[in-house]
Design a protein around this ligand. Structure first.
Ligand SMILES: [Fe+2]
Length: 211
């Protein structure tokens, strides 16, 4: 029998997928990379599961942001940008309605914090930011840089790795960037399309359907 956690995660993921087709592919890549990185860092099986689900659902709060802001082709106004920056709080408010998703909601809340304290929503610094959120920040940024976005060019994997290294200690936790680079050098990340395999290993079948 599947747990409340898995049922709730599947429901939330389906809602997100119905609304944001392309973004849900981004979320699946982020989730898998986050899982690999959590393993690399020696996190527990329970923590790995939470990290994976936070990777899938961290941006669900974008459901509360108008399309005209999310998909605007030109530069956002300051007011529009301030609205978009509310999405981690919305993610937290949605996910924390399920008691079993408390840890996942906290990771989602802080996934745009920066190691140097210049992130949002609270401007937390260093290890005051939950480890899962520091980890997610690295893989989320890596996937954003290497994916096509209509408002900026896509860059190569190698360039994205160099950018992560450049920002280690400022935007990102340097220990997590180092672990990510080790994984990348070993090419473990090249298996990143095996989402179903990850689910079977860590979560169980049925969260994401085969299509
Ligand atoms: Fe986000």
């Amino acid at each position: 029998m599947k747990s409340t956690l898995i049922h709730a995660a599947r429901t939330f993921f389906r809602i997100q997928e119905a609304r944001f087709k392309v973004a849900s592919q981004h979320s699946q890549r982020v989730a898998f990379h986050a899982l690999m990185l959590a393993k690399e860092l020696g996190m527990s099986g329970k923590e790995q599961k939470h990290i994976y689900l936070a990777g899938l659902l961290h941006d669900i709060g974008k459901l509360g942001i108008p399309d005209s802001y999310l998909f605007k082709a030109c530069k956002l106004t300051e007011e529009e940008w301030q609205e978009i920056k509310k999405h981690p709080v919305f993610s937290y408010e949605i996910l924390s309605t399920i008691p079993e998703m408390k840890n996942i909601s906290v990771i989602a809340l802080y996934h745009h914090e920066r190691y140097d304290g210049k992130g949002y929503p609270e401007g937390l610094r260093g290890e005051a930011i939950p480890l899962g959120a520091r980890l997610l920040a690295v893989v989320d940024s890596f996937d954003a840089m290497t994916s096509y976005r209509f408002y900026r060019p896509q860059i190569s994997f190698q360039m994205a790795i160099e950018e992560l290294c450049r920002c280690a200690g400022t935007q990102f936790d340097p220990r997590i960037v180092e672990a990510f680079c080790c994984l990348w050098k070993r090419k473990d990340m090249s298996k990143s399309c095996h989402f179903e395999s990850a689910l079977r290993t860590f979560i169980g079948n049925g969260l994401i359907s085969k299509r």
